[in-house]
Design a protein around this ligand. Sequence first.
Ligand SMILES: [Zn+2]
Length: 682
Amino acid sequence: MNFLKPLMVAATGLMVIPACTCSDKTPTKEERAVFSPENMDTTYAPGENFYLYANGGWIENHPLPDDKSRYGAFDMLAEENREKVRTIIEEAAQTEADKGSVAQQIGDFFASGMDTLAIEEAGLKPLNGIFDQIATIENAETLIEVTAALHQQQIYPFFYLYSSPDRKNSDMVIANFYQGGLGLPDRDYYFDESERGETLRTAYKKYLNTLFMLKGESATAAQKKTERIFELETQMAAASNTRLENRDPQGTYNPTTLSELPDMAPGFDWALYFAKVGLPEPGKINVGQPKFMAEVAGMIDNVDMQTWKDYFSVVALRSMAPYLTQDFVEASFEMYGRTLSGQPSMEPRWKRVLNTTSGALGEAVGQLYVEKYFPPEAKERMLELVGNLKKSFAKRIDQLEWMGDNTKTKAHGKLNAIKVKIGYPDKWRDYSGLEVSADSYAGNVLNSSRFDFRFDLAKIGKPVDEDEWHMTPQTVNAYYSPLANEIVFPAAILQPPFFYPYGDDAVNYGAIGMVIGHEMTHGFDDKGRQYDQEGNMNDWWQPADAEKFETRAQVLVDRYNNFHVLDTIKADGELTLGENIADLGGLNISYQAYKMSLEGQPEPEKLDGFTDDQRFFLAYARVWAQNIRNEEILRRTKEDVHSLGKWRVNGPLPNMEAFFKAFEIEPGDAMYLAPEKRASIW
Ligand SMILES: [Zn+2]
């Protein structure tokens, strides 16, 4: 299932919305309200700390629940949305649905996850098939056969295999390899010398030890195996790319073929692997990290088979722990929730099971979700907004003093070619053939994983399906895909605090308008700009313009590198560069689109005591209000390409003259930035 898969598909999400039952009834005061004084903290001046000025009250009034590592306006919407999805799932569960129908699949999947008695009684039995496969490992050949067998169940020792459009021929889908196989979420954690690094490694070893013990190993054996697996993973981690290296589209594009693979990564029978995984003729293959693949292939013969068996068992248990008995669920949460994110307690079971169900049957749930909750009016308004944002972006490209005409023409071409998807797919995915029963939660997860793997592999060697979506409609997020050159806005994000059905234009441009501008800008950020209007990796820039882009981007890198996220820890300006370019670009483009929409119109009146410009910026800030745990700050600073909420507000805004004007911010104010220090790209 795709929640087991890291974000390696080259799409950039916004981050991680109302059931506007908007008919023709008059909106209530509450529905119209966007700013309420209790969400703000006016003991701060806007020029002192705008994030707190706009959100201090909200932050104070929404303390972190024990089952959250971060809780913000964004997460609050996601939570409200989960209640809606729950209604859908429960309704499906209550209907007397025919075997094989979508309602039966959704209802039974959810029911199996809630049946803790059956889960406890089954113990590790649902994994017996996997352990039997692992037991057949006795040499390199059987090892590779079992690797393929596990991959087919989306259990990934070593690396990932998945489909994606070819970066240099983006109409066609090809096979891709991506580094993997580690239990800590970043290769750097294996080498981090800080106290935090030490804590995480100790916790991780404890987790491995627990998995071995729960599987039935003696204490002595468990400890020995833990040390050995940790050593093995450290070797793989050393050969893994850093996150920064993985942000480089050129460096991670290494096309090859089955006959050439043995040269790139000798020691692994690739033909056998592809035959066993169900893709005997893979065609063109992109290897994301050749150095890593070579290392892993070389390790096959240099590690004893018992260690490989133990490694495979650990990988399977790690993947499946959240769906097994309470002991496994607790152990997994202790590592990935409590230790890594600082979250004191788990979410209630129904929420976890709902996420799994909604992940496994994403578009089936999505179809019911949009029927019930998505108003067609929202789509029309969005199309209009997108049109206005495009016009604004085009005008800004014309006005860029740093870019030459030749590059500008290409930039216009790319902007015009951006495709838009709003709400939900025109064509829904077919889940027939996916076997779901009310009896086995882990069994359902494994069935779904096999079903998804086959679905994904079947795309390889074929033209791209342009109707396909890579997020479900019930997801509170949005994305830009450089390979399709398209922006996508699922139904669930079209709700407050992003989209206010009854709100005035200023707030809608400040919130959802900015989201649209943000996603469009991804086509022109440090990564996105390396793709042309067809979605092919192709340098369309005049060298002098590219150089100027780099210089301008560096201003943002340097600024974010100096933001203190926690004590002495600073933000990573390079890792977050693409997102920070998109935040600033999105704001500039949306603000200008708003101004353009006012041409020939009377000056908007103050609302809730704020001018329209002030409302634009307050609506923007409102989206990022959040409380977050210290551990989660550290984790995200290491792993997340997005800046933290505070810095998504206080980072980009000081680069905008309109922001200073709106709140009369002047030299000497903490938020003020002199014109020559401001970043300006799009
Ligand atoms: Zn983004």
